[in-house]
Design a binder for this molecule. Structure first.
Ligand code: NAP
Length: 328
């Protein structure tokens, strides 16, 4: 009986705290509107100080300036998306937990844009003023947006997956570093990598660089070591790793579980991706190959009957690109 009363009072107290928290959070939910003194360097932009279509207006706000890793884009055109309508209405209401309970936290609207690079931050090497670009960035309904020039690193850049990863990342406009051995440095550079790290001489996880994305095809460094080179809001993308002598009961499958658990406690997103042979991805890849932007790297070809030799070679773990079986 006493236990029941304790549970009842505990539940009631928690509910009261939650209701109080909600009211305080609701009434303190605010944004920059009205607090802006005259902009020193103004630009035209669409803003909304409160939820609802009637509150959307053209105004002048401060022109953004790019940080070291960003580009400043002069916007030429922006597409209007259903997501803009959700931001304007603040619905479904659950999204207000993130975007502002009573008022929108970010008063700018718009997502995907095209335009021309006007200035680049000092760490940006893959874009220059005058480049035509497109991308997605909050606040794109404006004369200017600052966007991040993503930096990525592929551990295992010379293998079957890595040779594609480097080329695809380049087509997406990323600044790419490839980790490979001395004999593959030229190959990985020829695929478009902006920088290469020779793993026989240097441990990429000790590098002072910080990346937005680490694509890991080898999984030979611990997750903590990998995290050192990923920006606080970056991603660790596990593709695979662990050779034939590293299998056991679950072998490399423990790592995706560790990455998932890590992800709960750190600011970076960490997890595994699995190839999915869906129509859209295959069509995109086919278009890139037809346009000559992605070219498969073929190491060796074997006859179908030589499958044993092909597998033995693969198991050595030193393929340069793909190993092929020809059927006719
Ligand atoms: N998640 C998925 O959907 C998916 C899909 C495909 C593959 N995978 C997995 O992803 C992993 C990679 O696949 P893959 O096809 O790229 O394998 P692979 O072609 O056999 O990879 C061999 C390459 O890895 C390089 N390498 C070996 N040790 C390295 C190290 N310490 N640092 C950097 N590079 C190193 C080798 O270069 P050197 O000769 O110079 O050492 C070689 O070029 C495998 O575990 C595979 O099972 C996963």
């Amino acid at each position: 009986m006493k236990m029941k009363r304790i549970l009842k009072w505990t539940a009631a107290s928690i509910l009261l705290v939650l209701v109080l928290w909600f009211f305080i959070a609701y009434w303190t939910s605010t944004n920059d509107c009205g607090r802006n003194s005259a902009s020193k360097n103004p630009m035209k932009a669409i803003v909304y100080c409160d939820y609802g279509p009637a509150n959307v207006r053209l105004d002048e706000i401060e022109k953004p300036s790019p940080s070291d890793d960003q580009i400043l884009v002069k916007v030429r055109a922006v597409s209007v998306n259903p997501i803009d309508w959700h931001y304007i209405e603040g619905t479904p209401y659950i999204m207000r937990m993130q975007v502002g309970l009573r008022k929108p936290k970010d008063i700018r609207l718009g997502v995907d844009y095209s335009g021309t690079v006007e200035a680049v931050g000092k760490n940006v090497t893959n874009f220059k003023p005058g480049d035509d670009v497109f991308g997605g960035r909050n606040g794109a309904f404006a004369e200017y947006v600052c966007a991040r020039a993503d930096r990525g690193v592929a551990n295992g850049a010379s293998g079957g997956v890595g040779t594609f990863a480097v080329q695809i990342a380049k087509t997406l406009g990323a600044d790419v570093t490839g980790v490979c051995s001395t004999r593959n440095l030229d190959l990985v550079k020829s695929l478009g990598a902006d920088r290469v790290i020779d793993y026989t001489k240097e441990d990429f996880t000790n590098s002072p660089e910080r990346y937005d994305v680490l694509v890991d095809n080898v999984a030979n460094r611990s997750l903590s070591e990998c995290r050192r080179v990923i920006k606080p809001n970056g991603r660790y993308v596990l593709v695979g790793g662990g050779g034939p002598n590293d299998q056991g009961l679950i072998g490399p499958l423990a790592r995706p579980l560790k990455a998932m658990v890590f992800s709960w406690f750190v600011s970076q997103k960490m997890g595994m991706v699995f190839a999915s042979f869906n129509h859209n991805d295959m069509a995109t890849l086919a278009d890139l190959m037809q346009a000559g932007k992605v070219t498969p790297v073929i190491d060796r070809s074997y006859k179908l009957a030589q499958v044993g030799d092909a597998i033995r070679y693969l198991e050595e773990g030193h393929a340069r690109g793909k190993i092929i079986l020809t059927v006719d």
